[in-house]
Design a protein. Structure first.
Length: 379
């Protein structure tokens, strides 16, 4: 649901009642993963998507029904062998969708609105919802903010026992801290034992950073692709004549500084992507020496294979270990036969996604390719 937070927050601010359908579990191949959402208001207006088209019509009708009945529903959709045109996923997977009504007022609305506002502002927030358990708890919700560490208001969760709300909040904070969306099994008294409650926790974090070092034409194309992938993109170069807002209007930040000095003074985390496009030893060596010692998601450097071998030699000379060198993606990107800056940016983005998701980079049409969508858990 938080993937459509911007639009849905406006609905909440307008006082609209709406029903939101959220993918809470996926088994097999499916178009979208947990957290994908479709919302419908009383007029039938739709935002979002849960399946890319396969079951949207049925989910739309279910949202209208739930909006009228006022009761949450957990529905499973899968492929129908008996009738290929029946409601289901033609890709062969199974998705579980929780449809929750959000009335014009009440504790649940306040909880949802708080989560939507925080996500729309780019803050760290998790929304936990009970998808299986006692009838009175199903559909109950709890919002947890990244900066909060104290007690929680469990009114919208509907749990009379405060220990349950505290347990749900604790699990939500753990998933939020890891930047993960998924399900947690708890007992009805809140202890960490499977069986009583299944809670779906949806996490939303600020956009991951992409820092592009080297204000060259390839960088301009990579900035555009980085923004398309949802990154907060910074361009850094020591040369003020090249590092200008006019040359990189789509970047979130353009910084004039020595790359290694900027990297040491800026915030990075386990989701940060570092792309070194300078292919100049006086910039590359001190920068990569610092970068390869940071717990970031990706470090890639542009240059030919000859440049790469020379770069490795220089890095070893300044004390970079073999384990640290093994983290370096160089030459940067996947082999797509790219020629233009735009094509190169696509190849870099493809490698970043493959590293993040554990992909092989092989064609999905290959006989031994993994499914287009990886199982991400089931209820």
């Amino acid at each position: 649901m938080l993937d459509v937070a911007g639009e849905l927050a406006r609905w909440a601010e307008d006082g609209r009642a709406f029903a939101v359908a959220t993918v809470v579990a996926v088994s097999g191949s499916a178009p979208r993963g947990p957290g994908a959402a479709l919302a419908v208001d009383g007029e039938g207006t739709v935002i979002g998507s849960v399946s890319g088209g396969c079951v949207e019509g049925a989910v739309h009708a279910l949202c209208l029904q739930v909006l009228q009945d006022g009761e949450p529903v957990l529905e499973r959709f899968g492929y129908s062998d008996e009738d290929a045109f029946a409601v289901g996923l033609t890709c062969g997977g199974v998705i579980d969708i929780l449809v929750t009504p959000v009335a014009a007022r009440g504790p649940r609305r306040e909880t949802f609105t708080a989560a939507l506002r925080a996500a729309a502002r780019g803050e760290g927030v998790a929304l936990a919802r009970v998808v299986r358990g006692p009838a009175g708890l199903v559909g109950g919700a709890l919002t947890v903010h990244a900066e909060e560490a104290g007690g929680v208001d469990g009114a919208a969760l509907g749990a009379p026992d405060g220990r349950v709300a505290e347990a749900v909040a604790r699990e939500a904070r753990a998933l939020l801290g890891a930047g993960r969306t998924g399900t947690v099994e708890l007992s009805e008294d809140g202890s960490r034992c499977p069986g009583g409650l299944t809670v779906f926790v949806e996490s939303s974090l600020p956009p991951p950073r992409m820092i592009v070092f080297g204000a060259i034409d390839f960088a301009a194309a990579l900035v555009r692709v980085g923004k398309l992938l949802g990154h907060h993109v910074t361009v850094c170069d020591a040369r003020p004549v090249f590092a200008t807002r006019a040359r990189f209007p789509e970047a979130d930040e353009v910084v004039v500084d020595w790359p290694h000095r900027y990297l040491r003074g800026t915030e990075t985390d386990a989701r940060t992507v570092l792309c070194v496009l300078t292919h100049d030893a006086k910039f590359d060596v001190p920068l990569l020496r610092a970068a390869l010692r940071l717990p970031v998601a990706y470090v890639g450097a542009m240059g030919s294979r000859r440049t790469h071998l020379d770069r490795e030699r220089r890095l070893r000379e300044v004390g970079v270990s073999e384990a640290e060198l093994a983290r370096l993606r160089s030459p940067i990107g996947l082999d797509l036969g790219d020629r233009t800056p735009e094509e190169t940016a696509v190849s870099i983005a493809a490698e970043i996604i493959a590293v993040r998701e554990g992909g092989t980079g092989a064609p999905l049409s290959a006989p031994d390719a993994r499914p287009a969508a990886v199982p991400t858990g089931s209820l």
